[in-house]
Ligand binder design. Structure first.
Ligand code: HEC
Ligand code: HEC
Length: 511
């Protein structure tokens, strides 16, 4: 009897103790996790000054400040819920160096490290007192989205920072509480959100604000722009509706398929006729191979379309850039970092059609396999937009060419946080040994580079892609080579991995 009762008591005790153990973390155990995994960025003292911190933008959180960006406790409550901490640590923070730890740490490890992190700002005894009030959820509908659109733009409530179309095109320079530069989120790219664009997440961000940044709370009764719960749901539904799916870089898609059209190619970059070409979006990564390197890029993807007719090829490039960089323009100078250059884009091709799948070195070619570059720049207050043409056999071996001889033209247009640039050239040129001669039904290597002038990107400081492929869709009957597609997928997959796994890779490096 006694043993049975004892056993039952023990079992009951276990059942009671287990959830209790699972609910609160152990700060001592958490310290070990922290020293093993987090100090590199967040620093031994929790002040965000770890050895890797210097080059990171946004910088790692300073836990001694006690400020957290993503929380679901009320705007005037300092401490986040444990669930908020756990989510950010488990899932990471997209668009920053903060890795997702779900593979490397157990739930218990995460709870323990949360308990430890809290000690840096002496939050361990603090309990959240008030939660975000979600009221009655308003489901998304065309009416709700239209209402949210109005709320977003009324009195420039959200558009003041997020821009007319939500692309975060800056009208002013925003700093966080530490004086570091912050950028209003591009709401059309939800995959860059720290949390997500699910309406309940956006509702929480609008209600709480993003502490330590200039993203305000719209639930604060003292705010002149305060919103009712219902209006916050409408605007959340509107934000969720802004996602631009054609701007998602898909790992499987490594080919720009040029569509053949009858008649003239469109001239203006904002001509809707470009939409006849299927969009392909590629990741831009900072150039960190050759000096001068870029560590803090602002542009993240480029979307490419192409059209051709019997005479010409046209390539249309579209990328979100928060700042139109016009050197000499006082308003542009005011929001720029460092010395402003022109915004620019370059398309790179090999000079010769490669035999098989061989490509020149992706960073401006090499001695054996030269490349040719078409480069458009946005102009300054003194000079118009311009296009240049040059060939290269490596980063220091450039040869300027005559655009008129090659027949290269380009036009750009900036609107609401997006650059659109259209470049055109005849399929065949006179200088056959200097210019790529385009052929139908072949896979042609193509790569891109982009400069954000307001981010002090000039010369070798820019973002770029690896080689992708351009294919001039042959008339029905001719089939592209299947092997080419296979190689393509491989190459593109690798680069995709580079782009998306940067945060994850840092976590792995510590394993
Ligand atoms: C490679 C660098 C790096 C490592 C390693 C790293 N972090 Fe971070 N962490 C960051 C950056 C950068 C931010 C700030 C992101 C932002 O402000 O948007 C951040 C933010 C955070 C936040 C703030 C969340 C919020 O809502 O504000 C928490 C909590 C956090 N990290 C916990 C951890 C823990 C725990 C570890 C170790 C298990 C860790 N981090 C490891 C870079 C890192
Ligand atoms: C004064 C400028 C300002 C205003 C006004 C503003 N925001 Fe923001 N918002 C920001 C900044 C800055 C960030 C990025 C903060 C950071 O660095 O993490 C941001 C981030 C966001 C995010 C990203 C959340 C995430 O998970 O990453 C959303 C969504 C958002 N804002 C929605 C809105 C909506 C909707 C409104 C109007 C109701 C609004 N904002 C008004 C400056 C502003």
């Amino acid at each position: 009897m006694r043993t049975a009762a004892g056993f039952m008591a023990l079992l009951a005790g276990l059942f009671l103790a287990l959830p209790a153990l699972a609910q609160t973390g152990d700060a001592d155990r958490g310290e070990d996790v922290y020293l093993g995994r987090c100090v590199l960025c967040h620093g031994e003292e929790g002040d965000g000054l770890g050895p890797a911190a210097e080059r990171l933008n946004p910088p790692p959180r300073d836990f001694t400040s006690g400020q957290y960006k993503i929380k679901t406790t009320a705007f005037n409550d300092v401490v986040p819920n444990d669930a908020d901490f756990i989510r950010m640590i488990r899932d990471g923070m997209p668009g920053t160096a903060m890795p997702a730890w779900s593979d490397a740490l157990s739930e218990q490890d995460i709870k323990d490290v949360v308990a430890y992190i809290k000690t840096f700002a002496e939050l361990e005894e603090e309990k959240p007192t008030a939660q975000v009030d979600y009221g009655t959820r308003v489901e998304s509908s065309p009416e709700s989205i239209a209402r949210g659109d109005k709320v977003f733009h009324d009195g420039d409530r959200c558009s003041e920072c997020h821009g007319r179309e939500g692309k975060g095109d800056a009208v002013k320079k925003l700093k966080d509480d530490n004086g570091d530069r912050t950028w209003p989120r591009n709401l059309t790219k939800p995959w860059t959100f720290r949390a997500s664009n699910a309406p309940e997440d956006v509702f929480a961000r609008i209600s709480v604000g993003i502490p330590s940044t200039q993203m305000p709370s719209f639930a604060d009764p003292k705010s002149k722009k305060k919103l009712s719960i219902e209006d916050r749901w409408h605007v959340a539904n509107y934000v969720a509706s802004l996602a631009k799916t054609e701007k998602v870089a898909r790992p499987g898609n490594t080919v720009v398929t040029a569509a053949r059209i009858d008649g003239a190619l469109p001239d203006r970059p904002d001509d809707p006729a470009w939409e006849r070409g299927r969009p392909s979006t590629f990741f831009l990564v900072p150039q960190i191979i050759a000096k001068e390197r870029l560590f803090t890029p602002t542009n993240d993807t480029v979307t490419v379309r192409a059209l051709y007719n019997e005479r010409e090829i046209g390539i249309h490039l579209e990328w979100d850039d928060r700042t139109k960089s016009i050197p000499g323009d006082p308003a542009a100078e005011k929001i720029a970092e460092g010395t402003m250059g022109e915004d620019a884009v370059a398309i790179q091709f090999p000079v010769e059609m490669p035999a098989g799948m061989e490509k020149p070195y992706f960073l401006m070619g090499d001695a054996a396999k030269p490349v040719t570059l078409w480069r458009w720049s946005g102009g300054t207050t003194e000079k118009q937009e311009s296009v240049t043409l040059f060939n290269a056999r490596g980063i220091d071996e450039k040869e300027d060419r005559d655009i008129a001889k090659a027949g290269l033209t380009a036009k750009g247009d900036y609107k609401d946080g997006t650059w659109r640039v259209a470049m055109k050239r005849p399929l065949r040129t006179a200088e056959t040994d200097m210019d790529l001669q385009f052929e139908e039904g072949r896979f042609i290597p193509i790569a891109f580079a982009i400069w954000d002038g307001s981010n002090a990107e000039q010369g070798t400081k820019h973002t770029l892609t690896t080689w992708y492929w351009l294919s001039l869709t042959p008339p029905a009957g001719q089939k592209p080579i299947v092997a080419a597609i296979a190689v393509t997928l491989l190459g593109g997959g690798l680069f995709f991995w580079w782009g998306w796994s940067a945060p994850r890779r840092r976590a792995d490096a510590e394993d």
